[in-house]
Design a binder for this molecule. Structure first.
Ligand SMILES: [Ca+2]
Ligand SMILES: [Ca+2]
Length: 106
């Protein structure tokens, strides 16, 4: 049986290919595919990506080799950055709660 972490890795791969296979190159995300993935899979974390400008910004940030497509390596950098952001948020929450329970309101 796969561990949670192994399952998470497989989910990342599966999710990428679910969108990358829709048009053009099967193994890279076009602008359209990236937008769909962001909206469908990361709507909670990337609420602002609903506007095209934000999608363009993510696309330009991610497309390290400037070929107009996001490959899996570029995609995994986004997931890494988002996971770091989530972890920071989680730590802030924990520290905030601890401070509050100790009566040290910020
Ligand atoms: Ca594609
Ligand atoms: Ca690229």
């Amino acid at each position: 049986m796969d561990s949670n972490l192994e399952s998470a890795m497989q989910m990342l791969i599966k999710t990428f290919h679910k969108y990358s296979g829709k048009e053009g190159d099967k193994y890279t995300l076009s602008r359209g595919e990236l937008k769909e993935l962001l909206l469908e899979e990361l709507g909670t974390y990337l609420g602002s990506s609903k506007d095209n400008e934000a999608v363009e910004k993510v696309m330009n940030d991610l497309d390290a080799n400037n070929d107009g497509e996001v490959d899996f390596t570029e995609f995994i950098i986004l997931m890494g950055a988002l996971t770091v952001a989530c972890n920071d948020f989680f730590l802030d929450e924990k520290v905030g709660k601890k401070r509050r329970s100790e009566g040290k309101e910020l």
